[in-house]
Design a protein. Structure first.
Length: 326
């Protein structure tokens, strides 16, 4: 799959002068700021812009935070080494790629090359993947795209495509926001142990992809609420000419999820209830029956017809949640 979609530039003599070599810069924050993309000191003096390659591979420092307009022709998160993270916060607008006149001088985006990488999009954030999005690209690599809100799109070039686990393992976790996809060509775009889970928000794909998505659902590769909810798959009714995927949570004793909010380093889940009793929140990294345990640091409070669960954002490894009886 990677070779099939690899960017290829054909050199034509009359246009050769318009193609420029890309310059690579590496994330290495050293200033007192909270790790902002926009600070030149965090990139060795040069912030990556159009025509650059941005490498975020340093696991010994904090995450790279995008809180304004930012862009680099090619973005690589964790091509080797320990965990590396890029966070697009409220007001952040990241363009992963560029165009150069009639020649599309566009770089792909890699989340988890041969290392462990994550991209987190928070409420009010926006990411445009101008060509390809690879999540978990190389052997041994683990990539995770977490959408807590905002928007992301792989719709900006007619050849643009995406894949989870072309060589490693890739995950997409939808907790909110909207992910727009131009293509979904087959079930092999979610390879190996790769997985998509929707607990909020929406995925919208051009064309009728219901057959592909239902096959992935039947194989357990796309789930709702970690497997405890119901996937809603619609073609043409909600969005004409497009397939829309969302999720409905299944609660306990007349309950349902009202909202999932991410604020700073904490997550808040509001549950609607029509019956009494206090429940608790459990998490699992693998969905195996023996792996469920109470979420560390979680609290639950009752407010009218709601129960409100609060807990710290977990580490980069994939995590599923469920509400359990006391």
């Amino acid at each position: 799959m990677r070779n099939a979609f690899a960017a290829c530039v054909v050199a034509i003599a009359m246009l050769a002068s318009t193609v420029h070599a890309q310059t690579g810069v590496t994330w290495n924050p050293g200033g007192p700021d909270p790790g902002l993309w926009s600070n030149p000191a965090n990139w060795g003096g040069t912030v990556p812009v159009s025509g650059y390659k941005a490498f975020i591979n340093n696991s010994t420092v904090g995450p790279c935070i995008v809180d304004g307009v930012a862009g680099g022709c090619q973005i690589t998160i964790a091509n080797g080494g320990g965990p590396s993270t890029l966070i697009v916060t409220n007001g952040g607008d990241l363009t992963a790629g560029d165009t150069n006149g009639d020649i599309h001088n566009i770089g792909w985006t890699q989340i988890g090359g041969s290392g462990t990488g994550s991209m987190i999009i928070e409420n009010g954030g926006n990411v445009k993947f101008m060509l390809h999005l690879w999540v978990g690209q190389d052997p041994g690599g683990v990539g995770t795209l977490i959408m807590n809100g905002g928007t992301a799109s792989v719709t900006n070039h007619p050849d643009g495509n995406w894949q989870l686990g072309s060589g490693g393992t890739g995950y997409i976790y939808m907790n909110g926001g909207t992910l727009f996809l131009l293509k979904w060509d087959g079930t092999n775009q979610v390879n190996g142990a790769s997985h998509i889970d929707i607990a909020g928000g929406t995925i919208i794909v051009n064309g009728d992809k219901t057959g592909i998505i239902n096959s992935l659902k039947d194989a357990g590769k796309i789930t709702a609420y970690g497997g405890s909810g119901t996937l809603n798959i619609d073609y043409n009714n909600i969005n004409p000419g497009k397939t829309t995927i969302s999720a409905q949570g299944i609660g306990v004793s007349g309950r349902k999820i009202k909202s999932i909010e991410v604020n700073g380093g904490n997550v808040t889940i509001k549950y609607e209830t029509t019956s009494g009793g206090m429940y608790h929140l459990e998490s699992s990294a693998s969905l195996s029956p023996a792996s469920w345990a109470t979420v560390p640091g979680s609290t639950v409070t009752a407010s009218g017809t709601e129960e409100i669960f609060s807990f710290p954002i977990p580490s980069n490894e994939p995590t599923f949640f469920r509400v359990a009886s006391p």
